[in-house]
Structure formats: C-alpha cells, structure tokens
Design a protein around this ligand. Structure first.
Ligand SMILES: *Cc1c(COP(=O)(O)O)cnc(C)c1O
Length: 404
C-alpha cells in the first residue's frame, strides 16, 4: 500500500499554488516531478564535490568519478544489464536514439528496410528518416487500429530478410498503449534484424529487464522517472556497442590521439565524448533508488486504479471521447470534447491550477490517423490522487460550459 500523503511530501513542488489554486500536476508523460532526495543529490554534488571526472588525481575528482560510476551501476542493476559498460550516459532518449541511428548508417545499404510503428514519438521517427535518406534504406510503418494498438499481423507481413532494424516504443506517450514488445523482439530476431525499444514512457511505470527481453538497445530519459532533465541512458548489447562507430569525437572518448590516427576508448567511454552532466547522472541514480524503494509493482497497481477511476470520471462527461483504449495501457488519458479545441480546454483548466498537455504530443502521425488536430492529455503518476481527478473532471465540465 502507498501512503500517498507521505509520498506527496517528498515533492516540494506539489505544495505550490498555480493561479491561486493548489497545483494539480497531470503532465507526467511530458516530465515527472522531482523528489527532494533527487534535488539534494544535485545540491550535494555542487556544494561538496563538484569536479571533472575520470581525469584528476585529486580528491574531489575521485569522489565525483566514484559517485558517477556508482550511478551507472545503479542503472545497470535497475535494467538488469549484464555489464556496467553496456550502459551509456546520454542527454536523454532523443540523444540515445540519434546515437544508434547514426551508428547504423555504416551498416545499411540501398534497399534495406527499417520498420517503425505508427505510435512513435517524433524522436523515434525523424532520426530513422534521416538514416534512410542517407543510406537509401526504406522506412516501413506498423499501422494501428482504432483502439491505438499495433496491427501485429501487418507487422508479420512487413518483416522479411530485407528488414535490418526495428524501432518501437514500449509505451506510447500520446495514447498510453503498452506494446507487446516481447513478441516484437522475438519476431525481429527471427529475421535476423536488430531492435531498439524506446522506453521513455515505460520506465516511470515498469521496470524493464533488458536481458530477459533479449533486446538489442533500450533507451530512456531520467526526467520522466523523477530524475533531472538533460540526462538519460542507452543500453546496448556489448556486441553491438563494440560494432557501432562513435557518435561524437572529443575528450573522454579516446585512447590515444595523434594527427595521423586516433584510437577510441573502450566502452562505455567511446560514446561519452566531452564532460557529461555529472550532477544529472548522479541524480538519475538517486531517482532510481527513490522509485525502487517505493516499488514498481506498487506503483503500477495504484496507477491502474487512477487510470480506471479517471476513465470513468471523464467518460461521464457528455461528448467526451477518449483516444487510445487499448486493454494494455498505462495511466495516460488522451481526450477531446466534440466541438471544442483541446488548447481551449487546457487554457481554461490551467486557470484552475490543473496542468495537462494539449496538442499533438510529438506524435503527429497518430493525430493524423484519428483526423484530429490534437488532444488534451492527462497523465497520472503515483503521487496523484483520486481527489485531483475529481477536480479535473469538474474543471473540464466547467470549460465545456464556458466554451459551448
Ligand atoms: C519523452 C519521450 C521521448 C523523448 O524524450 P527526451 O527526454 O525529450 O529526449 C521519446 N519517446 C517517448 C515515447 C517519450 O515519451
């Protein structure tokens, strides 16, 4: 059982007011809020041992290096990677995906095929389009049904010996659909292709086991898992990380540099050019500790309750339609009300202290599929309450009355 009131006290921002009303934060799919222990980890770093890592022999540098590498171990344990050097620190999901897409440019040939899903975030579409343009490979798309679920029989037909890469998100940020990634990974491997799973939206709700999944690449951002912005991770199987060329050149990623030839550092440093977000990496580790202390089973169970309750409350409103009704979904509710632009609802309920996201949620192809300009998206986290959801439903009703 979760003691929600106690958990809410861990998050300083949850006690602030917005427009004279207590903040109700339902934009968790865009970024999560930050508990005091994570804020403390950042403050502690800058207050007590701020130094560059992996270089200095002095005490501060060693302390910083130890804390940063300890964070890498926490991430390794969290995702159950076999080796610590299979975890690469990045600036976030977008960076992780670009790193892999760029690396595959040297392995793809004209006529090869790359498969993405119709549920992807722009950051899991555009880098692959750029890769296809560079290499002459073709981009294929797994379509969805009205519920917002991937059409797996079409996926079966898309797969062939021409398929080289498959990219799918674990959970859709726009609709909340949980994709059957175990099946997708197995089928991808059967045709000898490589798979990357975008876990940005899954990691706040699920603890993935990269070895059990047998996934080639798995990526996530700290800021959606109670960590800071500007830091994330790339898990890659060692064999693939060794094969991929470095993404950026610079300090930290080299063994030896002469003007004739440079040799690259071993994993993970080969992919970590330049001074990283040291405080961010350490705070990422603190965020995982915080979430694991609560427990992902407990979190998932409570969020399912919030999802069911929120769905019921919102569907009681006349003319309200929910987009994304997969039976396997997480605590994201994307909706519209007949005749009202999502932006107008978002603006009015912000006056009542409620933060939701409106628009295409970086997933325009999904909006095109439903032939809508966007949705209002309320996304719940484990620190939200049913009372807040009741207030959301009341606020949406009020907006509806004002706008119609
Ligand atoms: C948020 C998100 C991203 C992008 O993450 P950044 O931290 O902005 O790089 C990618 N994919 C999904 C599914 C997301 O939810």
């Amino acid at each position: 059982m979760l003691d929600i009131q106690k958990i809410r006290e861990d998050f300083p921002i949850l006690s602030r007011e917005v427009n004279g009303k207590p903040l109700i934060y339902f934009d968790n799919a865009a970024t999560s809020q930050t508990p005091q222990v994570v804020i403390d980890a950042i403050v502690d770093y800058y207050s007590n041992y701020n130094a560059n890592i992996h270089r200095g022999v002095h005490t501060l540098s060693q302390e910083a290096t130890d804390a940063y590498e300890e964070a890498r171990l926490k991430i390794q344990r969290h995702f159950n990677a076999k080796e610590a050097h299979e975890i690469i620190f990045t600036s976030g999901t977008t960076h992780s995906i670009n790193l892999v897409a760029n690396g595959f440019a040297s392995f793809l040939n004209k006529g090869d095929e790359v498969i993405v899903s119709a549920l992807e975030h722009h950051s899991n579409i555009v880098p692959w389009q750029m890769l296809c343009e560079r290499t002459g490979a073709h981009l294929k798309v797994i379509p969805i049904n009205q519920e917002g679920e991937l059409l797996m029989d079409v996926f079966d037909n898309l797969l062939s010996s021409k398929t080289k890469l498959v990219f799918v998100n674990h959970i859709s940020n726009a609709l909340g659909t949980i994709n059957p990634i175990e099946e997708i990974i197995q089928k991808t491997h059967k045709v000898g292709a490589v798979i990357l799973i975008d876990g940005a939206q899954a990691c706040p709700h699920i603890k993935p086991d990269v070895q059990a999944l047998d996934v080639d690449f798995y990526v996530a951002s700290a800021h959606k898992i109670c960590g800071p912005t500007g830091v994330g991770m790339l898990y890659g199987k060692q064999e693939w990380l060794n094969k991929l060329p470095p993404y950026q050149g610079g300090g930290e990623m080299i063994k030896e540099v002469t003007f004739e030839k440079t040799t690259y550092a071993d994993l993970p440093h080969k992919f970590e050019a330049g001074t990283p977000n040291i405080a961010g990496g350490i705070a990422f580790g603190a965020a995982l500790d915080y979430m694991n202390a609560i427990g992902f089973d407990v979190i998932a169970k409570y969020e399912k309750e919030l999802l069911d309750f929120g769905t019921e409350q919102l569907l009681a409103i006349d003319g309200l339609k929910i987009y994304g009704t997969s039976r396997q979904k997480t605590s994201v509710i994307s909706f519209n009300i007949t005749g009202i632009h999502p932006y107008d609802i978002g603006t009015i309920i912000d006056k009542l202290g409620i933060a939701v996201r409106t628009g295409h949620h970086c997933a325009q192809p999904i909006m095109d599929f439903y032939k809508i300009p966007g949705t209002v998206r309320a996304s719940f986290a484990f620190y939200n309450t049913k009372e807040e959801i009741v207030k959301l439903a009341e606020a949406v009703k009020r907006a509806q009355q004002m706008l119609s």
